[in-house]
Design a protein around this ligand. Structure first.
Ligand SMILES: [Zn+2]
Length: 110
């Protein structure tokens, strides 16, 4: 799997954002089951090809942007502000950790 990855590394980079690689990207790229893709991503972290990140995403339906990314879940602050939604004077722009969407993704180690 790692060999396969290295062989197709350039191709992966071409098709995905190297700073935002989701398990889903790897799954569809190699046409493998999600659990296998996830296992592979974790392997890639161990082999230092990938760095694991956790991103918090704005909960507003019309925004959904990545507000901030962290190295681990424990670094996420209890209160997260979406600057864009604040600027747009939306009803809600402060989110609590418990309610916000947290998604794990990977970055390619350069
Ligand atoms: Zn927002």
């Amino acid at each position: 799997m790692v060999q396969q990855f290295l062989k197709r590394r350039a191709e992966i980079l071409e098709k995905t954002d190297p700073d935002r690689i989701y398990v889903e990207n790897i799954r569809s790229f190699f046409r493998i089951p999600y659990t296998v893709a996830r296992f592979f991503c974790e392997m890639a972290v161990k082999e230092k090809f990938f760095k694991k990140k956790v991103g918090v995403f704005c909960s507003n339906e019309d925004c959904r942007r990545l507000i901030k990314s962290y190295d681990s879940r424990s670094e996420i602050k209890d209160e997260i502000i979406c600057d864009i939604c604040e600027d747009l004077e939306k009803e809600k722009f402060v989110f609590v950790k418990e309610d916000i969407e947290i998604v794990e993704f990977y970055q390619l180690v350069k």
